[in-house]
Design a protein around this ligand. Structure first.
Ligand SMILES: NC(=O)c1ccc[n+]([C@@H]2O[C@H](COP(=O)([O-])OP(=O)(O)OC[C@H]3O[C@@H](n4cnc5c(N)ncnc54)[C@H](O)[C@@H]3O)[C@@H](O)[C@H]2O)c1
Length: 354
């Protein structure tokens, strides 16, 4: 049995991670931590085998965990993930991975040195479409990548002013547990607004698909209060041959379907990844092409896949098999750390002052 511990007993843990842990035949939630006693009690009441702790350090000291899921607000991700890795536990970290790229890269180095799994909860990357664009680009089937352009619209703006009820009502999300307003609206713990919460998804998707490093980054944001942004426009030079642009806004309103797509243009072909629908359409100059979409029963946003994939990889090692799947997840975390470089630059002193 893979023993899982949870850091942060909030909305997303209850909605995405805990159901996936409970549904996994080889895993059990054995411990949970949260500084808020009511939230902690509500979570462990629904998971009778789980012990309660007010801090991650206390939990790690006595729980003999195999996997740690970090679903606390963004500012606490790096510290909890580091504590887990230092206790020889593989870690899934919610997005945004960390607030600072140096923290993210440090965690990747630590995980590699100890041959542990480190993964970032980015469900858009767990679809057949995401796997196909990664394969097309890795195998060079679109030729040399020249340009990437992305648009990522969502209905998240109310979150950045702390109006959680309005957000949940608007997106019609079921919620036994609602997010605490500060998780998204308090700069001190959210690290920023839309860039941290949403633009991190689309930039991570580009870094994951291309495997590139961001060599030059320029960004402009709309700030509604100091450090709290609702829209971003980013221009990147990627390692290799490509340039990229990303426009991302939390101000989309219901009525016109939000666009969430990334287009990849190469010297021999092009591809469009629709993140919202989890589809990929691609074509090459020599007449090849394809369309990928979720299969029957597959979600376009498989939010339980990050934790179940990490559990599977840890279980493989436990059974005496190769740790290659575990280390592949850690390689994915390195690509996610490059996205943190991009997002961090949006909140640089200059950008905030402007
Ligand atoms: N991948 C996704 O699609 C997705 C979706 C929603 C949220 N998230 C991420 O999940 C994380 C949590 O978001 P949420 O919506 O569940 O928020 P939430 O406010 O519902 O939950 C956060 C919980 O963490 C607790 N907490 C605060 N400080 C802590 C600490 N130091 N250690 C442990 N717990 C602490 C809070 O008491 C709260 O119960 C955020 O990083 C958010 O960006 C990801």
């Amino acid at each position: 049995m893979i023993r899982v511990g949870l850091v942060g007993c909030g909305w997303w843990a209850a909605h995405a991670h805990v159901p996936a842990i409970e549904a996994h035949p080889d895993a059990a939630l054995v411990a949970a931590s949260d500084p808020d006693p009511a939230r902690l009690a509500a979570m462990t009441a629904g998971a009778p085998g789980a012990r309660s702790f007010s801090t991650v350090e206390e939990m790690l000291a006595v729980s003999d965990l195999d996997v740690l899921v970090v679903a606390s607000p963004a500012a606490f991700h790096a510290g909890a993930a580091r504590a887990g890795l230092l206790s020889e536990v593989s870690v899934l970290v919610e997005k945004p991975f960390t607030l600072h790229a140096a923290e993210a890269h440090g965690l990747v180095r630590l995980a590699r040195a100890r041959r542990l799994g480190l993964s970032v909860s980015l469900p858009y990357q767990y679809t057949a479409a995401a796997r196909e664009i990664r394969a097309l680009l890795t195998e060079g089937r679109l030729g040399d990548l020249v340009g990437v352009h992305a648009v990522f619209e969502s209905y998240t703006a109310p979150l950045y002013s702390g109006d959680v009820d309005e957000y949940l009502r608007r997106v019609n999300r079921p919620h036994a547990v609602a997010p605490l307003p500060g998780t998204y609206a308090d700069v001190a713990i959210a690290g920023g607004g839309h860039g941290q919460s949403q633009t991190s998804h689309v930039v991570s998707a580009i870094m994951d698909a291309t495997g590139a490093r961001p060599e030059r980054i320029a960004g402009e944001s709309v700030f509604v209060s100091p450090g709290m942004d609702t829209a971003n426009a980013i221009s990147l030079r990627l390692s290799g041959t490509a340039v990229a642009t990303v426009f991302s806004s939390g101000g989309a309103l219901p009525g016109l379907a939000a666009q969430q797509s990334v287009t990849y243009l190469g010297t021999a072909g092009s591809a469009r990844h629709d993140l919202a629908r989890a589809t990929l359409d691609w074509a090459t100059a020599d007449g090849a092409g394809g369309h990928v979409e979720p299969g029957d029963g597959e979600s376009a946003y498989p939010n339980g896949a990050p934790v179940s994939t990490l559990i599977d990889a840890v279980a493989q090692v436990r059974a005496g098999h190769s740790d290659a799947p575990l280390m592949e997840l850690t390689a994915g975390a390195e690509r996610a750390a490059r996205a943190v470089e991009v997002i961090e630059s949006l909140y640089s002193e200059d950008a905030v002052r402007d």
